[in-house]
Design a binder for this molecule. Sequence first.
Ligand code: PLP
Length: 393
Amino acid sequence: MKTYNRFPLDLIRGKGSWVWDQKGRKYLDGVAGIATCSLGHSDKALIKSLSKQLKRLQHVSNLYGIPEQEELAQWLTSQSFAKSVFFCNSGAEANEAAIKLARKYGHIERNIDNPVILCSKESFHGRTLAAVSATGQTKYHKGFEPMVQGFQFFSYNDSESFENLFDTLEKTGPQIAAVFIEPIQGEGGINIGKKSFFELLRKKCTRSNVLLIFDEVQTGMGRTGTLWGYEQLGIEPDVFTLAKGLGGGHAIGALLVNQLADVFQPGDHASTFGGNPFACRAALTVGQEIQKRDLLNKVTERGNQLKEGLIKLSNKYSDIFISTRGVGLIQGLVIKDNIKTTSLDIVKSALEEKLLLVSAGVKVLRIVPPLTITKKEINELLSRLDKCLMKLS
Ligand SMILES: *Cc1c(COP(=O)(O)O)cnc(C)c1O
């Protein structure tokens, strides 16, 4: 079905930060499957561990114990504040699980008949019906109404908007089950969460026994230079979700909780594929390689290098750009509002320079390369971007 406007090329092969199309043309990959191929393409360690896993065991039901799943849960909980994990297959699914968890928590812990979840107007949480209902950007709702009820919206990084909504709802008694938010908004335009705003969220949620849930589908697993996006904000949520970079290109999602392991009881939630041996082996390998290769420090270094280059380009092409935004290897160039140029125009022009980039909304160009991208490749990326901007300006 035509769910995507596709670019006119087929990608058939990849190695590291590079991909090749059906005509043998080679592209530098600043997209990485949209912040997903953490270790780049055809990574040796991933090939080795997954080949071994395929020969041993690929899939069994969650009706039985799965050692690879236990091992991955051990790793994730040892590296975060979380104590328990539920595994699924994608970001939207992880968020669905978080929404169900929040609602059940609202019913059993706060005695709310119709629990409300507060979300940001600029958010993106995925395309399943509840995840898209939690997504504040109404362009994603069009044609799919009626939306799932029980979501209300405030403006991101806007303390007044958040406090007004929170206090109005809680005035007559408990109504809110959770606040659900991205520490950095990805699709919404690489909006970096403000520390003071998130401190307020933490304070209000703690005081009222409301869950604070982070959607770390895009920011988790090292993308920002810390393993989790919440580390950048200096606060901890109660729950967070992962997908994208977790499996290094293989389908896996996760819901991680601190104290709430007992909210879901047997029969409450499930997934056939979730947490299968193959997917868990992929995520375990990604985690181990992030540590073995010191990738968090490398992401910070490469991120700073990329950011410096982007600032130079933003100044050089000040007729096109207002600013840059980003942390680590999730970076964006912000296009002026009062000009016709869109992020898609630049993405198309970059394609001619054999550089893959992706939009984050109409006016933000997003750069999310593999976490393994080298210093030389970042310079090459910046030089190709420079060439394409020269043509556009
Ligand atoms: C991509 C994304 C999702 C959706 O993930 P899927 O795996 O496509 O379902 C949800 N939240 C955020 C923040 C994302 O970036």
